[in-house]
Design a protein around this ligand. Sequence first.
Ligand SMILES: NC(=O)c1ccc[n+]([C@@H]2O[C@H](COP(=O)([O-])OP(=O)(O)OC[C@H]3O[C@@H](n4cnc5c(N)ncnc54)[C@H](OP(=O)(O)O)[C@@H]3O)[C@@H](O)[C@H]2O)c1
Length: 327
Amino acid sequence: MNEKIYRDDDVDLGVLQGKTLAVLGFGIQGRAQAANARDSGCTVIVGVRPASQSASRRDAEKEGFPVLDYGEATAAADVILVELADPAQPSAYRDHIAPNLRSGQTLVFCHGFNVLYGAITPPRDINTVLFVPNAPGAFVREKYLQGEGIYGCVSVDHDATGDALEIALAVSKAVGSTRAGVVNLTFQQETEGDNFEEQILYGGVIHLMRLCFQTMVDNGYPPSFAYAKSIRSLRSVIDVMDEHGIEDYLTGRSSRTCEFAVRTRGPRVINDEAVRQIFDETQRGIFARDWMQEWSLGMPQVHRLRRTAAESEMERTGREWRTEFGV
Ligand SMILES: NC(=O)c1ccc[n+]([C@@H]2O[C@H](COP(=O)([O-])OP(=O)(O)OC[C@H]3O[C@@H](n4cnc5c(N)ncnc54)[C@H](OP(=O)(O)O)[C@@H]3O)[C@@H](O)[C@H]2O)c1
């Protein structure tokens, strides 16, 4: 790897000294990043929706953060971490964040989507940067408390003050990611890479698990056995592959039958052309267009698909399976 990997010693937390960090949104990422940054010695305030709408205002208060509305928190901060659900960001930006921005502040996004696709265009006298830890928030917090961190990326879309990269890196250090290593990407790479992974990997694997279950059940296998084969067996090997490498797992830690099956049948299961087509569609903004349209219509497709999936035999079996055999 010839890319620069930023670690704790490469990054100066001092650029955040005397600055206030506002974490807007106290959800999956906001909660973890606010807690980690505070434990790293930063001054952190939290911005949430009004009490009547906010699911998390009380949590933030209970955890001892000064809690303000989005606009007030923006005005009071030097560095603003936008940790709102992505589709909610454009209207929150327009109504509360933008009117309270002042020259020299830094906006830190946790996903490049809204900036890349033009739903948010910060003014030129504001730094626009990105910091993303590559894990769900609970894991970001858990690792930090263990003295470890989560691999992450930073990016600078616009440098107004001359030290935008240093600020993004300092935020990544405060959250704990430079303990593991942080790399520099573009907003485009982070956004499209993330959206591609969600479609291909999560989308593909979940569909495969469901198809594996359904095919076995349709052919008369007991649902509990089909469920164990479709999910639990995957869970037990994924960490091994991550920790030791796929080849080490295949040649040294799986059976020869499994190795033969993987090497000869796996490629038949995946439609490589569809994967490349989805990559191309993602790069041309087609996924972003479809998702923004779906959100603006109130997510009709997602609601319909959720209902079908929740009532499926596999979900029912899963609930019983966990009771019978444990989690
Ligand atoms: N989830 C992850 O693991 C993960 C990983 C990497 C990057 N990211 C990025 O991190 C950012 C935050 O994502 P998240 O997953 O942490 O978000 P989230 O938990 O789904 O939502 C964060 C907050 O958004 C607020 N919000 C404001 N208006 C909303 C609306 N109309 N609908 C729903 N929520 C609304 C909610 O505030 P109230 O609590 O006040 O209601 C909520 O606490 C995103 O840019 C995301 O792409 C997330």
